[in-house]
Design a protein around this ligand. Structure first.
Ligand code: GDP
Length: 296
């Protein structure tokens, strides 16, 4: 699919040569191709509709300079709109807080939260030279707490113990207290996820957010979730003031559309992408490069 859109559009650009204005009728074919390409990239339908409407509004009636064809103008509007939706450049983790800076990890079970928590710990240790503590508030799955312990060790960070007998908020407060007393720069809080959105889960993570006052609240989402990603994103955005997104499992996703969907729904920047199961499989997300990938 990757090169298909660019190819198709340039064909249409040629067909539109000689027309001086972008009109309702000459724009239709092009918008149809853009729409198809976005759907093939697995961008969620409501997001595609919005995108097409914005491009059309910007394009209609626009004067076309003599050196350009309406098709070329339209292609540049599509490019610009995609770039604007994806956001500018790259943005790293914000640590501008009285230490310990707290980072709250949110997302569904299986999205990759625990793995990503450790990847992020490693990133902060190696790239930002920080002293990092991790803790799990997943009291429903003792195995998840153990998993965090294992991967935290691989990351070279310190792990704060928790048990399934404790309450999530108590775990968070104890970890925060420990982090303060031992001069940690960053506390990463891995939270419980469910297989689907539910109210109890949202209430719990809201309570954690309230006591922790995190400087970053990161929504971890599986790139392979495709169309479903927007429902998950909507629910987490309504519950929490998200400050960033980490898109996991991009190594298994050739289509790239989830990025556009979650970005548009949450308005939050995509900060990193997960690129493998390994502890170093985390990359700073380059929005513009990704926009290019969707367009082909
Ligand atoms: P959690 O339930 O949200 O904490 O998810 P986990 O961290 O346990 O991850 C679920 C599965 O996804 C595990 O098998 C991870 O190894 C895998 N995983 C997480 N991130 C990535 C990634 O970026 N790429 C790949 N290929 N696998 C990933």
């Amino acid at each position: 699919m990757a090169s298909a859109l660019t190819d198709k559009l340039s064909r249409l650009v040629k067909e539109m040569r000689g027309q001086a204005r972008i009109t309702e009728s000459n724009v239709q074919d092009m918008l149809r191709e853009v729409r198809m390409a976005l759907l093939e990239a697995d961008v969620a339908l409501p997001v595609v509709r919005d995108f097409i409407t914005r491009v059309k509004d910007k394009a209609l009636g626009q004067e076309v300079m003599s050196s350009l064809s309406p098709g070329q103008v339209l292609v540049s509007i599509v490019n610009r709109e995609l770039a604007a939706t994806m956001g500018e450049g790259v943005s790293d983790i914000n640590l501008a807080a009285q230490p310990p800076a707290v980072i709250l990890m949110a997302g569904l079970q299986g999205a990759g939260k625990t793995t990503t928590t450790a990847k992020l710990a490693k990133h902060l240790i190696e790239k930002r030279k920080k002293k990092v503590l991790t803790v799990s508030s997943d009291v429903y799955r003792p195995a998840a707490i153990e998993q965090l312990k294992t991967v935290t060790k691989q990351a070279g960070a310190e792990w704060f113990p928790s048990t399934s007998e404790q309450k999530p908020v108590d775990i968070a407060l104890a970890a925060l207290d420990y982090a303060r007393k031992h001069f940690f720069d960053v506390l990463l809080v891995d939270t419980a996820g469910r297989l689907a959105i539910d109210e109890a889960l949202m209430a719990e993570i809201k309570a954690l957010h309230a006591v922790l006052n995190p400087v970053e609240t990161l929504f971890v989402v599986d790139a392979m979730q495709g169309q479903d990603a927007i429902n998950t994103a909507k629910a987490f955005k309504e519950a929490l003031p998200l400050t960033g997104i980490i898109l996991t499992k991009t190594d298994g996703d050739s289509r790239g559309g989830a990025a556009l969907s979650v970005r548009q729904i949450t308005g939050a920047p995509i900060k990193f992408s997960g690129t493998s199961e390994k502890i170093d499989g985390l990359e700073v997300f380059d929005a513009q490069r990704h926009a290019g990938r969707i367009l082909g």
